[in-house]
Design a protein around this ligand. Structure first.
Ligand SMILES: Cc1cc2nc3c(=O)[nH]c(=O)nc-3n(C[C@H](O)[C@H](O)[C@H](O)COP(=O)(O)O)c2cc1C
Length: 189
């Protein structure tokens, strides 16, 4: 699949078949994540592959953000997809200079960018292999870190189910290019 085709035909998938995903396939999508660029090539991202149903259910139980009573639409996907990949970041690397000082006025937030690039590589690679994913960010990251025994100095950023699709969603709408892309100066058409 061409890159542009993969970008425009990928959808967030929230219903999965129980068909297993083999280890080689998981390795291919992780390899795509590994090749993503990162701040000073610091490669702060880490990935945890979860196949155990009990752990997947615990992760799904943690799928609430600050509003604990709002259900996450990916709850069922995390429980039923054969694989869940959880993306973590080592803190204190991305966004720092060689002396270990913050390099920009964005503070210690560049790890989010690095993990996002890696996870988008992963989701596009999965899509090109006929597998579904959905970026899931609305969860209690401390709870997930505790479930997966993520060590101090690392945090959990996002997760995705990975599996064969049991739905073919229509594309979600996007803003027009004229609303988001400017030429010369902000706001110029
Ligand atoms: C940073 C981020 C966090 C997201 N968190 C969730 C989430 O917690 N639960 C969920 O069901 N979808 C989540 N999504 C998926 C978006 O809802 C989805 O990408 C968007 O509606 C566009 O749909 P599409 O991916 O099919 O184009 C998230 C997406 C991103 C990029």
């Amino acid at each position: 699949m061409e890159v542009l085709e993969a970008i425009t035909t990928r959808r967030s998938i929230r219903r999965y078949k129980t068909t297993p995903v083999d280890g080689k396939t998981v390795e291919i999508v992780l390899e795509a994540a590994r090749w993503a660029p990162s701040w000073k090539n610091s490669q702060c991202r880490r990935f945890i592959v979860v196949r155990d149903d009990g752990i997947k259910n615990q992760l799904a139980d943690a799928l609430h953000g600050l509003a604990k009573d709002v259900a996450n639409p990916s709850d069922g996907a995390i429980r039923t997809a054969p694989v869940v990949i959880v993306a973590c970041a080592e803190l204190g690397k991305s966004g720092y200079d060689n002396e270990g000082k913050l390099a920009t006025d964005k503070g210690d937030s560049w790890y989010m960018f690095d993990v996002a690039l890696a996870m988008q590589n992963l989701t596009l690679a999965a899509h090109s292999l006929g597998l579904g994913t959905v970026h899931v960010g609305n969860f209690d990251a401390k709870k997930v870190a505790s479930i997966l025994e993520v060590p101090q100095g690392f945090c959990v950023v996002s997760m995705t189910p990975l599996g064969y699709l049991d739905q073919e969603p229509n594309p979600r709408p996007r803003k027009e290019l004229s609303e988001i892309a400017f030429f010369g100066k902000y706001g110029s058409g």
